[in-house]
Write a protein that binds this ligand. Structure first.
Ligand SMILES: Nc1nc2c(ncn2[C@@H]2O[C@H](COP(=O)(O)OP(=O)(O)OP(=O)(O)O)[C@@H](O)[C@H]2O)c(=O)[nH]1
Ligand SMILES: [Mg+2]
Length: 467
């Protein structure tokens, strides 16, 4: 059930810090707060305050002084939710916050559900649904790129794009439905060529958007990079170097890493998820074999594979491992970076043996590195940025990063492809009109022009309390 009349309250800040903010929103915000707040300048009345004003005073529970606080007052519709709202800035003690919330509730406010403030902002037309979702992404953003993606979406970049498409399709629908009204007379108001052009134009955009999802998804969740290779080649040493932390155990005993080890790090504004795996070899050890099985699973889930080899093993062994990985990768076309490691142990002769012996496919690159000294690691970081494709993403590009939007756009594309083939096969207008209506419907789901309580419930229940 979506509630809209009640006045709600919740802490808006997380644990830690000196000051906490408690938020109240709804028609009774000011009167409820007025019952527990005592201004330091007597005679000040909360309900006479203008929006955007700040009042200093005490929160009291009967005779007991709970805290010295500042109230920020917002008047409908000029607030985040569009309703009258108050933010109480108090000291960040858990006791104080609990006490203030209790007092608010005792005076008629209800505890806010996760995302309820943002849900109200949406219901009151302060933002559309995709903008509301971007608020959650913004809070969760861990890297510069994820942040700019969320900010762009929150400011309506994505919504504008969707609205333009929807307007084009509504225009299309009006043309074709006009014909329907005159169905008997067999008139054709709409020029078929023009109709086709509209659909082709919209299709091109929706296809572009859906294909941007793979990049949007990795920007949001981090680019998964598997570190694989034969035992003892220096995979864990490389992981530790990239993370700048002694995360994985390193030893000269082959088969040290058995289970995979995973952690994230941000390089040049992009989040990567590096996954160190068990060394690949034929083994009779049950546990090691389980680890190797997991290595293949991790390779499967990765966008990029770092294949680590020991320069001292020479080209023959390197080709063998490479062949195995290529076999695993066939048909998947993941990007592969071959890292010939331990170059610090080579005077140059080993490198000469390898150079020119390995033919690289188009999705493959090769670098000489030393995980011990760090040589070649800057080149590796640059290469990662380049081949993940994220470097090329300009901040003004509209990119889909939300799976709900992605799924809706797939349905739009599907419907439009049916429209196009309908036009080509000269199907009757009423059949074509149905698919156009579907496409419009799914576009409307993204921005929330069309929505259900269930969709809203799913979206906002994933928010944090107080947002
Ligand atoms: N000289 C040199 N030694 C290295 C380098 N990288 C790793 N080593 C050494 O190689 C040995 C194996 O390193 P690890 O990082 O444990 O290798 P691994 O690939 O994770 O090995 P497994 O987990 O057993 O598959 C250790 O003794 C490391 O100190 C390097 O660049 N140069
Ligand atoms: Mg290891």
């Amino acid at each position: 059930m979506i509630r809209t009349r009640e006045t709600i309250c919740a802490p808006a800040t997380g644990a830690g810090g000196a000051i906490a903010v408690i938020r109240i929103s709804g028609a009774q915000s000011i009167s409820i707060t007025g019952k527990i707040f005592f201004p330091s300048v007597s005679g000040i009345k909360l309900d006479e305050q203008k929006g955007y004003s700040i009042v200093y005073g005490e929160i009291r529970s009967g005779e007991e002084i709970i805290d010295d606080v500042l109230l920020s007052i917002f008047k409908a519709p000029h607030s985040y939710t569009g309703e009258d709202s108050i933010e109480i800035s108090c000291h960040a003690s858990g006791y104080i916050q609990q006490k203030i919330l209790e007092l608010l509730i005792r005076n008629g406010a209800l505890t806010a559900q996760p995302g309820e403030f943002t849900q109200r902002a949406f219901l009151n037309g302060k933002m559309d649904l995709s903008q509301a979702e971007a608020v959650a992404d913004l809070i969760a953003a861990e890297s510069g790129k994820a942040h700019s993606l969320a900010i762009n979406q929150m400011r309506g970049g994505f919504s504008d794009e969707i609205r333009l498409l929807r307007a084009d399709l509504l225009h299309f629908a009006s043309l074709i439905e006009l014909e329907l009204d005159f169905g008997e007379d067999d008139v054709e108001f709409a020029d078929r060529k023009e109709l086709k052009e509209i659909v082709q134009k919209v299709l091109a955009v929706t296809k572009g958007l859906t294909s941007s999802f793979s990049i949007g998804n990795v920007i949001k969740n981090g680019v998964p990079v598997a570190i694989a290779g034969a035992p003892n080649t220096g995979k864990s040493t490389l992981l530790n170097l990239l993370l700048n932390e002694e995360k994985a155990i390193v030893s000269e005993i082959p088969g040290t890493t058995r289970d995979f080890i995973e952690d994230t790090v941000i390089i040049e504004g992009v989040q990567y998820r590096f996954i160190d795996t068990a060394g690949l070899r034929k083994s009779n050890d049950i546990i090691e074999n389980l680890g190797i099985k997991r290595t293949f699973e991790k390779i499967d889930q990765a966008e990029i594979i770092l294949l680590v080899a020991d320069i001292n093993q020479g080209p023959v062994i390197l080709m063998e491992t490479l062949t195995d990985i290529r076999l695993e990768n066939s048909g998947k076309d993941k990007k592969l970076i071959i890292l010939v490691n331990k170059t610090d142990t080579d005077g140059g002769s080993k490198r000469k043996e390898i150079e020119g012996k390995i033919e690289l496919a188009k999705n493959e690159s090769l670098l000489y590195i030393s995980a011990k000294t760090g040589s070649g690691i800057d080149e590796l970081k640059m290469l990662l940025g380049k081949i993940s494709g994220i470097d090329q993403v300009a901040s003004e590009n509209v990119i889909v990063s939300n799976i709900r939007h992605y799924e809706a756009l797939l349905k739009v594309t599907d419907s439009l492809e049916r429209v196009l083939s309908g036009l080509e096969e000269n199907l009757p207008e009423d059949l074509i009109a149905i698919d156009v209506r579907h496409a419009i419907h799914y576009l409307g789901q993204i921005t929330g022009e069309i929505t259900t309580d269930e969709i809203l419930g799913n979206i906002f229940s994933n928010f944090c309390i107080g947002k």
